[in-house]
Ligand binder design. Sequence first.
Ligand SMILES: Cc1cc2nc3c(=O)[nH]c(=O)nc-3n(C[C@H](O)[C@H](O)[C@H](O)COP(=O)(O)OP(=O)(O)OC[C@H]3O[C@@H](n4cnc5c(N)ncnc54)[C@H](O)[C@@H]3O)c2cc1C
Length: 263
Amino acid sequence: MMKLRLATPGHLIDIDPLADELGYIRVERHAEDAGEELRIGAMTRHRDLLSSELLARRMAIFTDAERVIADPVVRNRGTIGGALCQADPSEDLSAVCAAVGARLVIRGLEAERVLEMHEFHLRPYETAVGPAEMLIEIRVPLQQHQGSAYEKVDRRAGDWAVAAAGASMRLAAGRIEHAGIALAAVGAGITSTEAEQLLVGERPSDELLARAARVAADHTRPVTDQRGSAEYKHHVAGVLVERALRRAMARALGEDAVPEERA
Ligand SMILES: Cc1cc2nc3c(=O)[nH]c(=O)nc-3n(C[C@H](O)[C@H](O)[C@H](O)COP(=O)(O)OP(=O)(O)OC[C@H]3O[C@@H](n4cnc5c(N)ncnc54)[C@H](O)[C@@H]3O)c2cc1C
């Protein structure tokens, strides 16, 4: 935030010494039948998310997003916790976490609390993390027949998004049991509940995914700026949601190859 001149604090607390303790990606197995959960420490760096075999295999939306976030210099230092706490409406990992239904663990001096993404982000550049608290962990449910994907259009490689969309999907008996859709850089809320609800309980088809993408795009409120006109961003948002849904579905069916180039 300081590099972007968004913050000029009077005092700085260096949390880097916590990077070993809070830098991890692992699967937590719950007691019988309660399933598995992905746990990512808040100080896990972008480069470690990008190179994670576990994420590429089980939650490829992170791999997709990390391939298009910033450049190696930023990815070597920047953390998922810093990205989420910055709460920039163009932030890629916020859309990723919203699409997969992540829960965020905040620790204070006395206690811990666990928030949903919509409770965590209060408004642009403001989160629910209090003055004596830290985000320590990101938790994502892991299930069978689940797929996720992220699509982004930027002006230059590694730039902030013109528009971006993340999708996740879980299939059961040929129907969509759960769907998550989230967008970045196009205004309004991150998630698109109406589009998600349209999908749940239905058999996936090209027509259905296209309809859900149109609904999601119609809920965006993009503004015209140096990255493009509002009309252009609205159109791109719809195209990206549809692509993300198709890839999420293909991955849920085990048909989409996991990206191989991860540097
Ligand atoms: C040139 C450049 C290009 C970028 N391009 C992109 C892009 O294309 N897409 C994208 O999504 N992002 C992009 N970013 C942002 C990047 O992803 C960084 O990860 C993000 O800025 C966070 O960095 P950081 O971990 O150093 O956090 P910092 O910048 O140090 O922190 C950000 C804020 O969060 C607070 N904070 C940090 N960690 C915690 C914690 N654990 N608990 C509570 N509060 C915390 C800090 O106090 C600060 O207020 C870009 C950044 C730069 C500089």
